[in-house]
Design a binder for this molecule. Sequence first.
Ligand SMILES: Cc1ncc(COP(=O)(O)O)c(C=O)c1O
Length: 401
Amino acid sequence: MKPIPFSPPRIDEKTIEAVVEVLKSGWITTGPKTRGLESKIQNYIGGGPVLCLNAWTNAVELVLRWWGVGPGDEVIIPAYTYAATANIVMHVGATPVMIDCEDGGFLIDLQLLENAINGSTKVIMPVDFSGLPVNYNAVMTLAEKHRNVFSPKNENQEMLGRILVISDAAHSFGAKYNGNPVGREVDVAAFSFHAVKNFTTAEGGALVFNLPLPFDNDSIWKSINRLALHGQTKDALSKTQAGQWQYDIVEAGYKCNMTDLQAAIGWVEMDRYELDHLPRRKAIALRYNQHFDSYDWAIKPVFQYGSAESSYHLYALRVRGFSEEQRNTLITHLAELGISTNVHFQPLPRLSYYKNLGWKESDYPNAMGQFQNEISLPIYFDLTDEQVDLIATSIIQYMSR
Ligand SMILES: Cc1ncc(COP(=O)(O)O)c(C=O)c1O
């Protein structure tokens, strides 16, 4: 049997041609393709201006820096996420406040989130795990409700007068909320275009700025774009035009721009994402569901609630009653058959770095419960129905033994 990879990117002749075109164009770093991808994404989402950078991680770290988050400040995040969500909080010297999952689900527990809000809270950053949007309305309502405890430290914080809400939408590009693609519901939405994500530019990420008036989101775009390029007053493309060499550096910025080579991959994806990519992912998820429907041991992932619909980024199956060891043995069995699977995620308190800083797994019973029997099955555009059937029946046969 041909091995089944976990999550290869959707690359075909169209993608290759698009990248080759940029390679031949004489301009390969940030330029018209990157700016064009931003416009395409903004048109798709219908929110504020979009800034594409080289990763979710660097993009959101810059937002934390722009917002002035630092020592003594707290950023509320879920314990059930990838390390990037917490690491950037450590980078800026602030404290991540990790919240357990809701009972029986992968998303952040909103009551525990609310209990954690205090005068040091500067940001709430929930995660759309597996592509399922969190209840953005509820999170925005909490930020509003606790205006009275917010203690601003700078002009921007004074102007907003409440906690900033950033969505870690690394998984949820193309997910729907109230019928629209997510990205316009919170102050800043942040997507990842990493190679394993639904929508990829190899590495990359995008920010959507939706701050309320009197904020000028175009000028926030400019500030963060400048911060992503050494604090330089002119971008590389403008600087290389004949006679345009002069520039200034107005702050000690960072370096995390997206290249046009990457953006070219995104152009191809954007044009077909709603047309065939998302529908295919959904069809795969529903096909797995059909296989597992009649088995009590299968806890199928949630793809919809209320007006929220997933981007079908992960098929996060859970096996009722399985211990971590039993789950790991199933993964090994599937690997022997040539089927690659994965686990999303090890809760942050389980990772050495955070454990050594004092976080305890025992404080996160729901997250540990979700983790121990979770197995992420392959889900990607080029996965065939036959492969889905093979993966599902391999698991069912294993369970019946
Ligand atoms: C939930 C979550 N947040 C953030 C990231 C970081 O994204 P990037 O690799 O684009 O920096 C990831 C990447 O896997 C993720 O899964």
